[in-house]
Write a protein that binds this ligand. Structure first.
Ligand SMILES: Nc1ncnc2c1ncn2[C@@H]1O[C@H](COP(=O)(O)OP(=O)(O)OP(=O)(O)O)[C@@H](O)[C@H]1O
Ligand SMILES: [Mg+2]
Length: 287
């Protein structure tokens, strides 16, 4: 459950929501319903290609939002815009009520550093052993001694189901699934209050996928963190998400409880979540 008093109300009200954004509750007197992350009219294009075409999204404190959408629909770009790795062309991104796009580059980097990120491709540093990858944020900020960082890395390795001895290996010596778990370990190491997971279970076997989902949920709930997770796995989406949003044609076309993903009543969401060839979404095979 959300630690924020508005979280439950947001969840209940958005149960009836299909395309209606912004989120209800924000104008209700007496409710301090400030989203942890609030995105409005976010736009990003690369050359002629419009990727984000007016994205609106609210993520309430202490809740997790699952973002679904076809390959190339802009899910990773959206996270990278919030992280400050990609500059959007227009729109607002508020974190704790502050529009981070108005901050200086240095201040924006500081906001980005507060966010734990599991990158879709792992993005581990092959030049560093696994344990230093995990403790990278802590070491970079001189938040701890190397010995303590190593101890913490060992503890987190155990949490993601890996032996402490894996800490001495190079990421290139690991299987894809192990790399995914190391990437998760790195994302959660500093216990950030915001966490992004870009396809945390892709490439894992179903059991490890469920274990990783459990870890994600545990971290988010135990730390009271706010999370955005991208996934193509509907079982995973329902396990991880309080809320879910679907990106299509550069916009959020549906937002509601993750538990409603399979019977949202929205034809495009239905087609996507049930994997139907026929429906309003036309697959573009030639790009
Ligand atoms: N740095 C970049 N420069 C140019 N185009 C980019 C860049 N990053 C992303 N794109 C383009 O933006 C579009 C959306 O990419 P994005 O990675 O967000 O997709 P996605 O929804 O995460 O897809 P997938 O599910 O396959 O990971 C794609 O067409 C991609 O080629
Ligand atoms: Mg992606």
């Amino acid at each position: 459950m959300s630690k924020h008093p508005a979280g439950g109300i947001y969840a209940a009200m958005s149960a009836a929501t299909t395309t209606a954004l912004p989120v209800p509750g924000n104008n209700t007197p007496g409710l301090a319903a400030i989203p942890k992350i609030r995105i409005r009219s976010l736009r990003k294009r690369f050359g002629q290609k419009i990727v984000l075409d007016g994205v609106d999204l609210d993520v309430m404190p202490g809740t997790s939002m699952v973002v679904i959408g076809g390959s190339g629909s802009g899910k990773s770009v959206l996270l990278k815009c919030i992280l400050g790795l990609i500059d959007p062309d227009d729109g607002q991104i508020e974190v704790d009520g502050q529009n981070i796009l108005k901050l200086s580059r240095r201040e924006r980097e500081q906001t980005g550093a507060r966010i734990g990120m599991l990158f879709q491709n792992g993005a581990l540093f092959d030049s560093l052993p696994v344990w230093e990858n995990i403790a990278f944020g802590l070491l970079a900020r001189h938040a701890t001694t190397r010995a303590d960082a190593r101890d913490r890395a060992n503890g987190i390795l155990q949490q993601v189901g890996l032996a402490a001895s894996v800490g001495d290996l190079s990421p290139s010596e690991l299987s894809g699934g192990m790399q995914k778990r190391v990437a998760l370990a790195r994302a959660i190491a500093a216990q950030p209050d915001i966490m992004f997971f870009d396809e945390p279970t892709t490439g894992l076997d179903p059991i490890m996928g469920a274990v990783i989902d459990g870890l994600v949920v545990d971290c988010v709930k135990r730390l009271g963190s706010t999370a955005i997770a991208i996934t193509h796995d509907m079982a995973s989406a329902r396990r991880i998400g309080d809320q879910a949003a679907m990106l299509l044609n550069g916009r959020v076309i549906w937002c509601g409880p993750a538990s409603a993903l399979m019977d949202s009543g929205n034809p495009a969401v239905d087609q996507f979540t049930h994997g139907r060839r026929e429906g309003p979404i036309q697959m573009e095979l030639r790009r």
